[in-house]
Design a protein around this ligand. Structure first.
Ligand code: GLN
Length: 312
């Protein structure tokens, strides 16, 4: 039966949201012109547990593009479709210590260092696109739908905006074509990357996606398996070492959970066996991570002693 006064977790989240809403640091991403229309005041927090409970506060029904939070999920899909060795031959698993859009490839091979930076994610999307990018997109949407339990759509305006202005990502794709990390025409794989980044999600979707990873790959609300458990472990490993770009070390030190951020302002954090935490707040710090998102996860981790390497 419900506790008098409601769930203590809900009360906690309401207070946390109230306390961090006035934070005014950070800037909304504008290098993709369409993203600049985001409201810096948007702020949602959602938590989904592996037993299917969902807690949310704030703008958790506001849709925004998934951006780089797509990367670990599409990486998991590549592992499932192509196997670990084929994927590792194209994309490494070492942190870069550099920005998400860095032009950093291994010098001799041209292999991107990891699948969480743009170069690595574009190489992964090129593998998914294969010879039929339209089919790749259908498989990606079906994959996201297993994680969220609902029908997903692409924000065509954000997609068009990034496809028109993404010269740096285009350069990365062609550089990798030069090294035969990408074979054939690099444009279809690049385009698929732009489309996967433009998939619309709300904070609640992100929490459920995180909870699915926390639940060994099974969506706790629908019971559908989204990814095999050994591949979930691989995805969480790269999120741990590389998910927050050049803040990955600081993040795992302070928050202690695998995580992924996106430039539209989302962050997901995963506590294996327990929950997915999602925050949506567009203003970003200089590394492209949501300012309120980082604060929320730091505080939840500290207040509930959730750091993975802390044994209560
Ligand atoms: N689509 C964005 C880009 O490639 C994703 C970057 C991000 O979310 N960090 O620049």
């Amino acid at each position: 039966s419900p506790l008098p006064g409601g769930s203590p977790i809900q009360t906690y989240l309401d207070a946390l949201h109230r306390r961090l809403a006035p934070l005014r640091e950070g800037l909304v991403a504008a290098y993709i012109p369409e993203l600049a229309h985001a409201d810096p005041a948007w702020f949602g927090i959602a938590i989904a547990t592996v037993d299917g409970h969902l807690y949310s506060v704030g703008d958790t029904a506001q849709c925004a593009t998934i951006q780089s939070i797509s990367k670990p999920f599409v990486y998991g899909m590549a592992l499932a479709e192509q196997g670990v060795e084929r994927v590792l031959a194209k994309v490494g698993v070492e942190p870069t210590g550099e920005a998400f859009n860095s032009i950093s490839l291994e010098p001799d091979t041209g292999r991107p260092l990891n699948p969480m930076i743009n170069a690595g994610a574009i190489a992964v999307s090129a593998m998914i696109a294969g010879t039929d990018a339209a089919d790749g997109e259908r498989r990606i949407m079906a994959m996201f739908e297993r994680y969220t339990g609902r029908t997903m759509a692409v924000d065509e305006r954000v997609y068009a905006s990034e496809a028109r202005t993404g010269h740096r990502n285009r350069a990365l794709a062609h550089l990798m074509r030069n090294f035969d990390i990408i074979t054939g025409d690099p444009e279809p794989g690049l385009d698929l990357y732009f489309r996967q980044c433009s998939v619309l999600v709300d904070c609640r979707d992100l929490a459920i996606m995180g909870a699915t990873l926390a639940n060994d790959g099974v969506n706790p609300l629908t019971g559908a398996r989204a990814l095999a458990a050994p591949d979930v472990a691989r995805v969480l490993a790269v999120m741990t070492s590389c998910g927050m770009y050049d803040f990955s070390g600081g993040w795992i030190y302070r928050v202690g959970m695998p995580a992924k951020s996106g430039v539209a302002g989302g962050i997901i954090a995963v506590l294996p066996g327990q929950m997915g935490i999602a925050v949506f707040s567009p203003p970003l710090d200089s590394r492209g991570n949501s300012v309120r998102g980082i604060r929320v996860c730091e505080e939840i981790s500290a207040d509930f002693a959730l750091h993975l390497f802390h044994t209560p």
